[in-house]
Design a protein around this ligand. Structure first.
Ligand SMILES: [Cu+2]
Length: 514
């Protein structure tokens, strides 16, 4: 009982967009133009059909930073539905995201030049689910940068309860963005409606690597919900349009999470060669992608091996620009992936490649997956894939590598002030302090409320230099830790929130011991 309407008819005014010549017998990196243009594919079809079931399906999809191997089938069914979903953008920040495929970023599509992509999308933005979704019914669409065709036809907007389907055949290899293209575009992209499509050359990549990962950088502009809605007792955040237009992000993140891959590092073994598929979505920030401790042996701009550069320290990526970078990680250590526009790194664009002998060798699945452990990197068979899928979809708290105690972090924190304090701690203090994970540059702050009264802590955080000179307890600490803590530059209210967080953490610790 579906009414079919050919969207193409609505777009008669749109000038026909000639298709470029397409592949068949083409060189690995370029579609050949020696063949006549391919026939235009059938116009997109829109039907009034409100489908249920999973929001993202297809054997070519990866739901995590780990890029799964190519699915050999020459026809790829891809379904990515438009949805609204609260995501854990940063500690204490439940952001009301708009998505394609129900995650930010959407799942990564992997195909080969010449494959047929059979795409469909249902607009499911009228669904409310307690704690997870706040309905925000509106038009959405899908624009694959890897597709050639009339935008007015393929990338047509559909309303809630409608389904659009179209087919296309990617011709150029590369790392392409997909996104919602419904106006105002800045709202839809800044709210999370984007993802990556990887198109391999016909003959595969010219180099061999041990592991493949996806890094998608995007910026967020969050403000507290004017309607003061809550989820899991935490305040909901929504798009701050003024900030988006001014290009002053509140978070800049890899793969949809503030400091995402610090919590849950990518993994490799010493000496391995890694291929990173890097996309900077924007929409407001550039990215100067760098990996501390390594050099990009090869860089393919746009992800096309025809555009090869060698021995680079960074790749500079504007909005919707991409690259494949290959690097080796010579010895064990934590290699830091960072946007070298450090303001962006401080807003969350940072992650780790954790290199150690403990990582299972290739082709050997990880032993019994420990709770929260990073998923088996390559060659993962079907079960691993499902678990990756579920982990991403339910937005479980990311597991930490065991060197830091996960206890206080994975617990729910109901007091919003304490939650803000934890957010401040995670962004401004974790470089030098842990909470229960042992001393770093500065002391472990677990138990700090038992060591100092609140008045002392407040003074320490606001007038750090003065205390280091005049207060005997502070002087002893400086002597012991051999480096004066820099004044963290906090406002009184931030100090208040931090103390709330410290008390919460110490109370929990007390409970755990009794
Ligand atoms: Cu949209």
């Amino acid at each position: 009982m579906t009414r079919t309407s050919l969207v193409g008819r609505l777009c008669l005014l749109a000038a026909p967009f000639p298709f470029l010549a397409a592949l068949a017998a083409c060189d690995a990196t370029m579609p050949t133009s020696s063949k006549p243009a391919v026939a235009e594919s059938a116009p997109a079809v829109v039907v009034d059909e409100d489908r249920s079931g999973p929001y993202a399906t297809g054997r070519s999809l990866s739901f995590d930073a780990t890029l799964l191997p190519l699915d050999p089938s020459p026809v790829k069914e891809v379904r990515l539905d438009a949805s609204n979903r609260l995501i854990d953008l940063a500690p204490g920040i439940k952001y009301a995201a708009w998505t394609l495929g129900d995650s930010v970023p959407g799942p990564t599509v992997r195909a080969r030049a010449g494959d047929k992509i059979r795409f469909s999308m249902t607009n499911r933005t009228n669904v409310t689910t307690p704690k997870l979704r706040i309905a925000a019914p509106m038009l959405h669409s899908m624009d694959f940068h890897s597709a050639l065709g009339s935008p007015q036809d393929l990338f047509h907007s559909i309303g809630p309860g409608q389904t659009i389907s179209f087919e296309f055949t990617p011709t150029y290899p590369g790392v392409f963005m997909y996104h919602c293209v419904t106006p105002p575009m800045v709202d839809h992209v800044a709210s999370g409606m984007y993802g990556m499509m990887v198109v391999e050359p016909k003959g595969g990549w010219p180099t061999k690597v041990d592991r493949e990962y996806v890094i998608i950088q995007g910026d967020f502009y969050a403000k507290p919900d004017p309607e003061r809605r809550k989820a899991d007792n935490l305040p909901v955040y929504v798009l701050d349009k003024d900030k988006a237009l001014a290009r002053t992000p509140t978070q800049v993140v890899f793969n949809g999470r503030f400091n995402g891959m610090v919590d849950k590092p990518l993994v490799a073994r010493p000496g391995e060669r890694i291929r990173l598929y890097v996309l900077n979505v924007g929409p407001g920030s550039g990215s100067s992608f760098h990996v501390v401790g390594s050099i990009f042996d090869r860089v393919w701009m746009g992800g096309n091996p025809a555009n090869e550069l060698r021995g680079l320290q960074t790749v500079d990526l504007g909005a919707s620009s991409s690259a494949i970078v290959e690097l080796t990680v010579p010895e064990k250590g934590d290699y830091i992936m960072v946007d070298h526009y450090f303001a962006n790194a401080s807003l969350g664009a940072i992650g780790l490649i954790s290199v150690s002998d403990k990582v299972p060798p290739l082709g050997q699945p990880a032993e019994a997956p420990k709770a929260g452990a990073p998923a088996a990197p390559t060659g993962a068979a079907e079960p691993a894939r499902t678990s990756v899928l579920m982990a991403t979809h339910e937005h479980e708290p990311a597991g930490r590598i065991a060197k830091e105690s996960p206890k206080p972090h994975s617990a729910t924190l109901n007091d919003p002030e304490a939650a803000k304090g934890r957010l401040a701690f995670d962004s401004k203090c974790v470089l030098c302090h842990s909470m229960g994970g042992g001393n770093k540059v500065g002391p472990d702050l677990q138990g700090v409320t038992h060591r100092h009264p609140d008045a002392w802590l407040t003074k320490w955080l606001l007038e750090t230099e003065k205390m280091q000179k005049s207060d005997p307890v502070a002087r002893d600490l400086v002597t012991k830790y051999r480096m004066p803590m820099p004044n963290p530059g906090l406002k009184a209210v931030e100090v208040h929130d931090l103390l709330k967080y410290f008390h919460w953490s110490d109370q929990r610790e007390g409970l755990a011991k009794n």
